[in-house]
Design a protein around this ligand. Structure first.
Ligand SMILES: [Zn+2]
Ligand SMILES: [Zn+2]
Length: 1212
């Protein structure tokens, strides 16, 4: 029985009331027998029941029923039958509830049974379904069988559904006026003068038929025979109703009349006498006649009274069958929640889908909801997270304390929601939909590969997520891996947020905190306590582990708030502000640390119960750095860790930071006139785009301000900021979608190539159509050698119209190209929007975000003047944009074209190399078709140079990350890439370049040879290895499988293995020789410009990525030129880093690699960069901020906004 959800009796009955066998195909499932699809809270509400379905009005067929008697309790011999039909669709529904026991099960569920107050039915099967029914339209009776899932309950239920005895066609034949007129005409022809003078009324045929059938059930002498030539019969039924009459049991005969002429007559049906309702499972002919009469009763009563004047029909008044059904199913008097009874009427209002998920209905009292949950769990444990989600959300939606308490208990036992499982998979970059195809080892592998690079706090989070996956998959291996990854005493203490000075007394509190954060932590918490217990040799802790005692002294909630000096406990406390409050309390009252921490625990729990769980209750870490002079970290707010790197980088660019902090005076005026001439990234700037930019600037200012004033070591960026940073153009709804990514470097295997995006083109182009994409520059190939020409899309074309892409001519005024942005919707969708953002974020990288941020800033700010093509000149352009000229030489003729670019791209090409060598490659000459060569130089080099490293490569049909090491110099001389330097003229530089290119072309030749040797069709094997493997195989085969080789081959192959081996030995040195030779050449290439050192740039920042091509973790190293130190900014942690760590090549699988490198012109490093900018506020001001911010924060985290009954379903 396991693995199939069930339905409580009221739910089943409710489903029966709206199950319409006629429209089963449309509902795409059998509403009666199947469980509803799992509800997606993010999807728009849909009607669970198709609108056209009949909402049945069941009327009881008394003669065929065996109803419960008032006050009767079923026992193990009771069978009920409620035979009924619907007065709307005329279908027949026979509900048979059979309580007869089979020996073991003899205690039917009933209201006063505490364990099983209601039946919980599991569908067992169906009889009579016609698989070939036309359009799924079932014309035969079908019987659905269910049985109760409660172990002591013997109840079986069968529901027989029979289509109307009189089909729609039958009814038309009997009542259609046109048909009746033809019948009357036929009667006149046949009977002449004897025919009636008026045609039959529509009500007549049903009325007469009803009378005949009534007579047949109560036979009376002389009434059994009807002559066809009877005037009324002839015009009412004629000959064309024969099939209907025959169907209900009439028989016809030709008799000789008194005058000897033949007479056609009909005889009434002769049904058997009435029997017991349970005598036969198949209906008797008597039942059939009864059914037809019920249908006729409905048909006749459908006519207005004046149209049935004189009818002989005596209206039948069958009783409603719903109440007897409820009684038979034992669900007529279940405990209901007050005020929700309305939803039970058979109108179109539906319960929230979570009710149906539990097999419950909306008016269930709390205890029945929890009963329904337990029943579903008992029969379908595989969907436990869904049922838990249903129960939890309903508990919150109802505001039910008892249910929430129960949910909390369940959570403490390790229950979790579907969304938590989904989140956990995504956390490890695993698509939840594919999770079933991924084995445990792979997941553990991803987890382990990350551990090395992440902070302690993030490691804990990873562990927690892994634990959830372990529980969801029921995998002990994964659970073990999640808790085992903690080994040392220090790790254990840090995990619990403790330090060595704190004694055992605190452990239960900290453990409780961890498990209340997430029950999935339980195993890990126990593991940590175990480690601490061993280290301290503490019997008390061991006791605690075993018995769970050693409870902390209880502290009153009010007291806890008072200790933390919070006056109003009804407001939301922003976690980092609370943490800073606690920290300052601890600093001033070091003796009260235990009490403060206890109070903090209680306040947090209280806050969580009031405002929902917040994942960011981080203990302020035990960092030693002084708050006043150390940069703050940014907590990770989703799958957006590179965003933090970008934000940290931007913060250190002093002029940019100051412009943002003092933005108000410089913002773009938003008048149509002012915007008319504004061009950013060659595009006109719409009002919406400028507004989005300004919204971003204000959010960024807020963040920068907090980074300066926070009293804590880290803060939490707001989601709005993240959403905007990832937004192209006009608001959060227009988040960069992967398809626009294609415009840039293209994508590989669905992932964007690791490089910057061009500024908005397609998505935001006022032309907004394919023209922009078809422009010549938009080379979509994304091939390595050509990719740099692609980056020219980032820049404006500053030459004459020759190269201006069609459709992008900036002087043409912009027609409105898209509807105005949708106004922001309240709360729930804000969260949804962010989910979308997170989704996109997973597919982007830091360079793309940086590029988008520049675009947003330029849109937001007023330009100082204009450049070529009307492009706006502003601070962003001045700081980051170089004017890069691409020169093409054909037969000595030079043609050049200049573009503004905010970054340069380099490739490592699968070789450890220096940045200079990679840059030489990019700028150096490339041979193109038709004897054309191409190279690039800086017409004007920006003071801040951003260099992006293409890490994504494509190999054997799969994307792969190029993990070669890129050696960085602390000083980079740009001389060789410039048009001219301080000491060298254009010609002198070109002469040096020619020398260099000659060496480079030799280098390329060697590289090609190396690739041939290195790359084979075998993954991870170079050519020598392939040869060796083959040799080894041949050898083994010869000794172990001698029959494989015929004699002739044997002789020939005798020397084969050694030949292969020999060749491999020759090749292997060739490869290493090649490497040596290439290194030497690169050195010579580098040496060409040895003395060109007029234009030094200093290394400022390095974006680092660790992980595989499909995901991983970002952080950034930033140099502080004022204090002469390096720091690593890894989400919430900012710490000093040694040069050794930063510059070394890491030897391991998936080493961290640089993806972006920033150099700053040596003469302006102090003017343009400043890593530390701190001015922590006093705490009073902080608390005021907390109150001001509270309302907004709550909204963002409200998860249960749409829990009420769905009103969105239109009523008929
Ligand atoms: Zn109906
Ligand atoms: Zn039962």
């Amino acid at each position: 029985m396991a693995g199939k959800p069930g339905k409580t009796a009221p739910r089943l009955l409710q489903d029966l009331l709206s199950y319409d066998p006629r429209f089963e195909e449309r509902a795409k499932r059998n509403l009666l027998t199947s469980a509803p699809p799992h509800h997606d809270p993010d999807a728009p509400p849909t009607a669970a029941v198709p609108l056209r379905n009949c909402r049945h009005n069941f009327l009881n067929k008394e003669e065929q029923s065996l109803l419960p008697r008032p006050g009767e309790e079923p026992d193990h011999a009771t069978v009920y039958k409620v035979a009924s039909y619907c007065s709307r669709c005329r279908y027949h529904f026979d509900v048979v509830v059979d309580h007869r026991d089979n020996g073991e099960r003899n205690d039917p569920c009933r209201r006063n049974n505490r364990e099983f107050p209601l039946h919980h039915f599991l569908f067992q099967g169906e009889d009579g379904r016609d698989e070939h029914a036309l359009g799924g339209f079932q014309t035969k009776p079908r019987t659905f069988r269910f049985s109760c899932s409660a172990s002591p309950c013997p109840t079986d239920l069968s529901i027989r559904i029979t289509p109307p005895r009189l089909s729609e066609q039958d009814v038309r034949t009997l009542t259609d006026r046109a048909v009746l007129r033809r019948r009357w005409e036929a009667a006149k022809l046949r009977a002449g003068d004897r025919a009636d003078t008026i045609m039959a009324r529509p009500v007549d045929a049903p009325d007469f038929l009803n009378t005949y059938l009534q007579d047949s059930l109560n036979p009376q002498k002389g009434k059994a025979r009807i002559p066809l030539l009877n005037r009324k019969f002839l015009k009412t039924f004629g000959k064309d109703c024969d099939s209907i009459l025959e169907k209900v049991g009439f028989t016809s005969a030709v008799e000789t009349d008194d005058d000897g002429s033949p007479a056609h007559v009909w005889y009434l049906p002769k049904p058997p006498p009435a029997g017991h309702p349970l005598d036969s499972t198949e209906p008797t002919q008597r039942n059939l006649i009864e059914d037809v009469r019920y249908e006729l009763n409905t048909i006749i009563l459908d006519y207005p009274e004046q149209e049935r004047l004189g009818a002989r029909h005596v209206p039948m008044n069958p009783q409603f069958a719903r109440h007897p059904m409820e009684r038979a199913l034992g669900c007529d008097e279940y405990p209901r929640v007050k005020g929700r009874t309305a939803t039970r009427s058979a109108n179109h209002e539906e319960d929230h889908p979570y009710y149906a998920g539990l097999g419950a209905v909306g008016d269930f009292a709390d205890e029945l909801l929890s009963f329904a949950y337990r029943r579903q769990m008992a029969v379908d444990e595989a969907n436990a997270p869904y049922y838990f989600e249903c129960l939890q959300d309903l508990a919150v939606g109802r505001g039910s304390e008892s249910l929430q308490g129960e949910v909390a208990v369940l959570a403490s036992q390790g229950c979790f929601k579907r969304s938590e499982v989904t989140f956990a998979y995504r956390y490890f970059d695993i698509e939840p939909a594919h999770a079933h195809a991924i084995n445990d080892d792979h997941i553990i592998g991803v987890f382990r590969s990350r551990l090395a690079d992440i902070s302690q706090a993030t490691a804990q989070e990873s562990r927690r997520q892994l634990q959830i996956i372990g529980l969801a998959r029921g995998s002990d291996t994964i659970k073990q891996a999640a808790s085992d990854s903690m080994e040392t005493y220090e790790q254990a203490l840090s995990y619990l947020g403790m330090d060595k000075g704190q004694d055992d007394e605190f452990i239960p509190t900290m453990a409780l905190m961890k498990t209340s954060e997430n029950p999935a932590n339980k195993d890990t918490v126990n593991r940590a306590i175990q480690i601490i217990a061993e280290e301290r040799n503490s019997q008390r802790l061991r006791d605690y582990l075993e018995h769970g005692s050693m409870a902390p002294a209880a502290m009153d909630i009010g007291e806890a708030y008072a200790i933390l000096q919070v006056n109003d406990r009804t407001v939301y406390l922003e976690p980092d502000i609370l943490a800073s409050q606690v920290q300052s309390l601890i600093e001033s009252n070091p003796d009260s640390i235990p009490r403060i921490q206890e109070a903090l625990t209680i306040v947090r729990q209280d806050q969580e119960s009031r405002f929902g769980k917040s994942s960011d209750y981080q203990m302020s870490s035990t960092v030693d750095y002084p708050v006043e002079t150390w940069p703050v970290g940014c907590c990770n707010i989703g799958n957006t860790c590179y965003l933090n790197s970008v934000l940290q980088f931007l913060f250190t660019i002093k002029p940019l930071r100051e412009m943002v902090l003092n933005c108000e005076g410089n913002l773009q005026k938003l008048t149509p006139e002012a915007l008319e001439t504004k061009r950013v990234g060659r595009m006109a700037v719409s009002l919406a785009r400028a507004e989005t930019g300004q919204q971003f600037v204000r959010e960024l200012r807020k963040l920068f301000d907090r980074m300066i004033r926070a009293r804590t070591h880290n803060i939490r960026p707001e989601r709005t900021l993240a959403a905007l940073a990832l937004t192209r153009g006009e608001g959060v709804d227009s988040v960069v979608e992967p398809d626009t990514v294609q415009l840039g470097l293209g994508e590989i295997g669905g992932l964007p190539v690791s490089g910057p995006l061009p500024p908005p083109t397609k998505a935001d182009s006022a032309m907004g159509d394919d023209d922009a994409a078809k422009a010549p520059e938009h080379d979509k190939k994304g091939d390595n050698d050509d990719a740099k020409s692609d980056t020219s899309t980032t820049a404006m074309d500053l030459t004459d119209s020759l190269n201006v892409p069609a459709g992008a001519t900036p002087s043409v005024p912009e027609p409105p190209s898209r509807p105005p942005p949708i106004p922001p919707r309240p709360q729930a969708s804000a969260d949804q929007g962010f989910k979308k953002v997170e989704e996109v974020a997973r597919q982007q990288d830091a360079a793309e975000i940086l590029n988008n941020v520049f675009d947003l800033l330029s849109c937001a700010f007023e330009g100082e003047s204009t450049l070529r093509d009307g492009e706006q000149l502003d601070l962003i352009k001045k700081l980051f944009f170089s004017d890069v000229t691409t020169v093409r030489v054909t037969n000595g003729k030079r043609a050049s074209k200049s573009d503004l670019q905010d970054n340069v791209h380099v490739s490592t090409k699968d070789r450890d190399r220096t940045l200079c060598a990679a840059l030489d490659d990019e700028f150096g000459s490339t041979e193109l078709e038709g004897d054309m060569i191409k190279f690039e130089l800086f017409e004007e080099a920006a003071p801040i140079q951003i260099i992006n490293v293409r890490r994504l490569q494509y190999e054997n049909g799969r994307p792969r990350k190029d993990e070669s090491h890129l050696a960085l110099d602390k000083v980079l001389y740009l001389d060789r890439y410039l048009k001219k330097t301080k000491t060298l003229s254009e010609e002198q530089l070109q002469a040096l370049r020619d020398d260099q290119w000659r060496l480079q072309s030799e280098l390329r030749r060697l590289d090609e040879r190396r690739r041939t040797l290195k790359e084979t069709d075998f993954e991870k094997l170079d050519l020598p290895s392939v040869l060796e493997e083959t040799a080894a195989w041949v050898e083994t085969a010869q000794t172990e499988m001698p029959n494989l080789f015929s004699d002739s081959i044997k002789t020939e192959s005798n020397g084969l293995a050694s030949q292969l081996g020999q060749r491999a030995e020759e090749l292997r040195p060739e490869i290493s020789e090649l490497h040596g030779h290439m290194d030497k050449l690169e050195h010579e290439i580098d040496a060409v410009f040895e003395n060109c050192k007029d234009h030094p740039y200093r290394l400022h920042a390095i974006f680092i990525h660790a992980g595989s091509h499909s995901g991983g973790h970002y952080w950034i190293y930033i140099y502080d030129f004022q204090n002469n130190i390096w720091r690593s900014y890894n989400d919430e942690t900012v710490k000093e880093e040694t040069e050794e760590t930063i510059f070394r090549k890491v030897q391991r699988v998936h080493p961290p690699t640089s993806t972006g490198i920033v150099y700053v012109r040596a003469d302006v490093v102090d003017e343009y960069t400043q890593a530390v900018c701190r001015n922590p506020e006093t705490k009073d001001v902080e608390m005021k901020d907390a109150e001001a911010a509270s309302g907004q924060v709550i909204n963002m985290d409200t998860e249960f906004g749409n829990i009420e009954v769905l009103d969105g379903v239109p009523k008929e």
